[in-house]
Design a protein around this ligand. Structure first.
Ligand code: NI
Length: 226
């Protein structure tokens, strides 16, 4: 589970909020499948709306421009982000995200390896509405400042607790990683982050950095599934 600070600036968050406040919203349970639909009680911005689609495309592009996120997720395909809103009493009970999803209006399918939530409401704006992820170390409750995102394995059971006051707006998306196995992804992430730190510190020779870089790319070559 990795937190991405400020994937959207405060100014961008304001723009998103303004556009979404004026966008058409639908019942969120309509877009969930099978068992997830029965526990989903929220609203989703109409993805066919031009303004909503523009925001989704902008966030999609931002994912590819965020080095820490690319390093952690190694995305191959990304589902266009959806925007959801939880008002008072609304929640999304424990569920797993569908393993395979069709990208709307295309014949393309993606395998969901990684889920990402981008918070668009400040924590002070609502009570409840925590993203709870069930991990091998127990439950982790996540509530981040507006503009921050969390990525976590799509294979984990998770839920959004009921909002008891205010409103919680967020963007969600899923990624198919070039590396399906999360433990390998984690090791690659650690390796890349360490290389980046060494580069910034400027004390490691070019030859050593080249060697590390070579190892990193060879590992990606070895494990990538495209
Ligand atoms: Ni989910």
């Amino acid at each position: 589970m990795i937190v991405i600070d400020k994937i959207l600036s405060a100014e961008e968050v304001n723009t998103y909020r303004e556009i979404l406040a004026n966008a058409p919203w639908n019942d969120g349970s309509k877009t969930a499948m099978g068992m997830a639909a029965s526990v989903k009680n929220n609203n989703q911005a109409d993805a066919s709306n031009t303004h909503v689609r523009q925001l989704a495309n902008q966030l999609l592009a931002r994912i590819g421009e965020t080095p820490k996120l690319v390093s952690a997720a190694l995305p191959h395909k990304i589902f266009p982000p959806c925007f959801n809103r939880y008002s008072e009493t609304e929640e999304y009970g424990y569920h797993v995200d569908a393993a395979v999803m069709r990208i709307p209006d295309t014949n393309e399918v993606i395998r969901s390896d990684i889920s990402m939530t981008t918070f668009l409401s400040e924590p002070e704006e609502y009570e409840g509405g925590e993203l709870i992820i069930s991990t091998e170390f127990g439950q982790q409750a996540i509530k981040l400042p507006a503009g921050y995102a969390v990525v976590y394995p799509s294979s984990s059971l998770h839920k959004v607790t009921a909002v008891t006051k205010g409103q919680r707006v967020a963007a969600i998306t899923w990624m198919q990683s070039m590396i399906s196995e999360s433990s390998i992804r984690q090791n690659l992430y650690q390796l890349d982050q360490t290389i980046q730190t060494l580069i910034q510190e400027g004390k490691t020779s070019r030859t050593e950095l080249d060697n590390l870089h070579n190892v990193y790319h060879n590992l990606i070559r070895q494990f990538t599934q495209l």
